[in-house]
Design a protein around this ligand. Sequence first.
Ligand SMILES: N[C@@H](CCC(=O)N[C@@H](CS)C(=O)NCC(=O)O)C(=O)O
Length: 223
Amino acid sequence: MPELTLVIGNKNYSSWSLRPWLVLRHFGVPFEEVRLPLDTREFELNIGRYSPSGRVPVLLDGGLRVWESLAICEYVAERYVMGEAWPGDRGARAVARAVSCEMHAGFAALRGELPMNCRGRRAGVAPSPAARADIDRIAALWRECRDHRGAPGPWLFGEFSIADAMFAPVALRFDTYGVDLPGEAEAYVSTVLAHPALRELVAEGRAESEVLEAEERGTPARF
Ligand SMILES: N[C@@H](CCC(=O)N[C@@H](CS)C(=O)NCC(=O)O)C(=O)O
């Protein structure tokens, strides 16, 4: 029996749930999953049993409840991954934490206009100037992370770290809405999309039946 339980929302839509889910899966930490679909009576009735904030994700470890996606990732790194979930170099680690906090706290225009939706590509969703500024900042920040790379590898800091999990839903959004990116950012998006655990989550998200109209933008597309 895994000692950890991660309470998440829909795999198709809940970008905050995806982040700690991917960290647990990438580092092979066993956990049980409880899925509470967003915007449902089931969520409303049950979330209070698990989450002090009334939101997902939340991690249950015995009597301890950890909410907030980044705090969950930090807890998993410290308790179960023996420091491997952040870059080994102190400077790179500081930058990885800075970009993870920037993601956690920011990019509201991008998050509001281009919601995570794994179900397929969508056309006709043009980013506003504010969302375009978020996209450009993210591309610049990804480039800066790569300058701090201590190890070879395609991830932001060479090897996969929590910073990659924090940006994984952004990579999914860029793919869904066909966002124009510089070549190196496009290559990084492909790296993220090829992650085996992420592919599994996307497949499971696509198989979910719930449709949240507020999260559906544009029209089905091929590009
Ligand atoms: N800052 C939180 C955000 C959590 C969040 O907004 N979760 C959404 C789902 S992605 C949620 O629980 N929404 C349900 C609600 O607010 O009622 C985190 O990083 O975990």
